[in-house]
Structure formats: C-alpha cells, structure tokens
Design a protein around this ligand. Structure first.
Ligand SMILES: Cc1cc2nc3c(=O)[nH]c(=O)nc-3n(C[C@H](O)[C@H](O)[C@H](O)COP(=O)(O)O)c2cc1C
Length: 413
C-alpha cells in the first residue's frame, strides 16, 4: 500500500491525504503551501508575526509604524503599554492570506496555522481579528495551535463564513480534545478535523519535559476510539515523526484520515529558511537536537543546539514585535533580560540563557526549531561536489510521501 491508495475526505471532496503543517515564522511560506494545494493535498501558511511577514512580502511598513508609535518606550522595562493596532493587524492578515489564496491553483486547499500563544498583549481581541481577517481573505481552513483557547470558535461564530470554512484543532491528548469539544459545544460547531501531534514534532510541544515517554500511535488510537465511542465522525490527522510514505500508510491503515508532516519540507526550495540554515538541518546529527525550555511561551520547544539565538541577550524588541506579551503585557524573556541587566550594571551586553527573545530570533531565522527526525534528512538527498546537500523541490518530497513503498525514500535526480 502507498499513501496514494487513500483519500482524505472533507464532506464529499477528496484530497491526497498529505497536509504540510504550519511552520512559523514564515518557514511554511505561501510558495510551499501553494505547492501542496497544486498537488492535491493541503498546505499551511502561518500567521505568526504576520505584520513582519507582510512587510517582507509586500513592502508594507507595519513594523516600522508600530516601532515609531512606541519608540518612547524602548528603554522602559515595562512593556504593558505596547499594543497592536487592530486595524493594521487585520490589514496585514488580509494581505498575507488574500494574496496567497489568489495564487492558489489545483485541487487542494490552503489553511492557516494560528498559534494562540501569540497573545499579543490582548489575547482575545487580537485572536478574533486574526481569525476574522483570515476568513475575510478567503482562507480554506484554520488550524488552531499552541495554547488552544477553549472559547476560540465562539470568537468568530458571527462571521458569515463560520459554518463553511474548515476549522481544525491541534491536540496532544484525548483529554485536550474532550475539553475543547465540551467547551465549544455551545456554538453547535464541531471541528472539521483534529490534528493529533505527538512528541517528535517540531516547534512547541504539547508535552512536558517527559515528552519521550509518550508515543504518537498510542495517542492517535485513543483519540480514534474516543470519537467512535461518542459517534463523532471527525477526521483524525496524526503528526510528528512521520518520515516516510510507509510511516504514513501505517497510520492511514489504522484509521487516520490523513497525516500532517513538516520536517521533510524544511529542506525544500520553497521553504522559508535561509539556504545556510537548510544546510544546518541536513547536517544535524541526533545529538545536535534538543528539547529545551527557553521559549517564553512556557512550552518545551525542539531545536538544533547550535541555533544562534540560544544564549543571546538581545534587548527585547516588543515595541516593534511584542507577539508574546501576555494579557498583562508581560513576557518571560523580558523578565529574564531585566534580571540580567540588573545583575550586571554597566555591562554593554548581557547573556540570557534561560529564555530567548523568540520574536526577534524567529524573525531572523536564528532559532532552528525542527522535528526529532531532522537527523535523517541527510538520507533524503544527494551531496553536491562541494560537500553541501542538494536542496529538494517540495513536489519531489510530496510525491515521495504519496507514492513510495517499503520505507523507501526517493533521492533527487
Ligand atoms: C521548523 C518547524 C516549525 C514549526 N512551527 C510550527 C508552528 O508555527 N505552529 C504549529 O502549530 N506547529 C509548528 N510545527 C509543527 C508542524 O506543523 C508539524 O505538526 C510537525 O512538525 C510534524 O512532525 P514532523 O516535523 O516530524 O513531520 C513546526 C515544525 C517545524 C519542523
């Protein structure tokens, strides 16, 4: 059996059951998502730091304008005054998503990954704007991730597209799913799909530092059983460590509706990582990959140990960014930075090891978050004469998942 023997069904529409997961900040680019859709699967863009992405894609000046407005606060240790302009946030979101949807070709779909942990110093208001603007811009679906807020469906229930757009959630346990379904029952709107993300995924993990004790297949089986017991017909999409077409087939045969994959695509031409960073992903050995607690979100995060952002003590850039400021205008990195500055009076630059300025470093591709199986990427390509690894096309990787058998991985020509 191969992945192409299966189809992911949304109502009566069928798709190749391969979903490329959202990778912020603009690692899963519009170009990558468009390829997935063209090939009949499902691609994701991410709205993480959308003002920055839109500036980069369309030459807008959202970041500059925010910094100008709050410049007076740069030296202030208290960031609670730094708020997003909701009108600009909506405009940036509509541009990023609208232009992507305009370019869509083929039979597949494009979804947006929305991480709720980007609390943006006004969690509810900003989340409502992000979701509503995505719907305005014609997105096919929204995948709610990292920090799942139980009332999120309610924030857009008055939107005219609330019942036609695909809405999905990412969970890492049957318990999280139960809670979400209970809480959103009031909107009489079930999720259209559930991504079950296991402990080997990239980005933030929905587990503690004991992540290694969990196993994706077990959690997926529990979720499928639970939905069956409740007589709920919701597609289940496992994610995390599904590295080959054969790995995917095993889940599809076990009752999964599709799979979500990401790490294999970090070395695609269309992926947003800079070329040099892609080579670091190829080169990484198993020992080079760690799960640590430096993300200010409070979730463990997996990354390559040599990420330049680890241990860097840069001054927080909340006046320009500020995506992780919580409902009280606080961020764990700002607290750590302020502590180090107080402990080293007069120092020109401090080192901060316990947390990182995730906004700045993700924006600059200096935190190399990755899946656990990144060390296997070198086996998916050939080496160039100069010793570097050959970057792959998204189409090559997608089709390898779709058509390969017997744990084989097709090398590029
Ligand atoms: C570089 C990278 C960045 C990621 N960023 C996000 C993100 O912003 N939001 C999210 O929900 N998941 C994120 N993920 C998780 C993926 O969407 C996906 O669920 C998971 O990595 C799949 O496992 P795999 O990488 O082993 O294929 C990221 C993964 C990677 C590799």
């Amino acid at each position: 059996m191969r992945v192409d023997d299966f189809r992911l069904m949304f109502g009566k529409r069928e798709f190749v059951p391969i979903m490329i997961g959202g990778m912020g900040v603009d690692i899963s680019t519009a170009g990558l998502a468009l390829e997935a859709a063209r090939l009949g699967g499902i691609g994701h863009i991410s709205d993480a730091m959308v003002n920055t992405i839109t500036d980069r894609r369309f030459n807008t000046k959202f970041v500059k304008e925010k910094l100008k407005q709050f410049k007076f606060n740069v030296a202030n240790l208290d960031k609670s005054l730094v708020k997003f302009d909701l009108g600009q946030l909506a405009e940036a979101t509509r541009l990023h998503i609208g232009k992507t949807m305009e370019a869509k070709r083929g039979a597949g779909l494009i979804f947006v990954n929305i991480m709720e942990k980007l609390t943006m110093n006004a969690p509810k208001e900003t989340l409502k704007v992000r979701m509503s603007a995505a719907l305005d811009a014609g997105i096919d679906g929204i995948t709610l991730a990292a920090g799942l807020h139980l009332g999120s469906f309610g924030l857009i229930e008055d939107h005219p597209r609330f019942r036609d757009v695909k809405l999905g959630i990412i969970v890492s346990s049957v318990r999280a799913l139960q809670l979400f379904l209970k809480k959103s029952a009031r909107t009489k709107r079930m999720p259209d799909y559930v991504v079950v993300e296991g402990p080997l995924a990239g980005g933030h993990l929905g587990f503690g530092m004991d992540w290694a004790q969990y196993d994706l297949a077990t959690i997926v089986a529990e979720v499928i059983q639970y939905l069956k017991d409740e007589q709920l017909d919701i597609p289940v999409i496992p994610a995390g460590g599904i590295f080959t077409g054969t790995d995917a087939v095993q889940f599809l045969e076990g009752g999964a509706a599709g799979v979500q994959v990401a790490t294999r695509f970090t070395v695609a031409e269309e992926c947003g990582l800079p070329a040099a960073a892609k080579q670091e992903y190829f080169k990484a050995s198993e020992e080079d990959i760690e799960v640590n607690q430096i993300s200010p979100t409070g979730y463990p995060m997996r990354m390559i140990k040599s990420s330049p952002g680890i241990g860097d003590g840069i001054r927080p850039n909340c006046e320009a960014y500020g995506y992780l400021l919580d409902a009280n205008g606080k961020c764990a990195y700002v607290a750590s930075y302020n502590r180090e500055v107080a402990a080293h009076p007069g120092a020109r630059k401090v080192k901060v090891f316990d947390k990182t300025c995730l906004c700045t470093h993700m924006r600059n591709f200096e935190i190399w978050t990755c899946g656990q199986l990144t060390w296997r990427l070198k086996d998916t390509t050939r080496r160039n004469e100069d010793g570097s690894y050959q970057v792959l096309s998204a189409e090559h990787i997608f089709k390898d998942y779709q058509f390969s058998t017997d744990q084989q991985i097709a090398l590029p020509d």
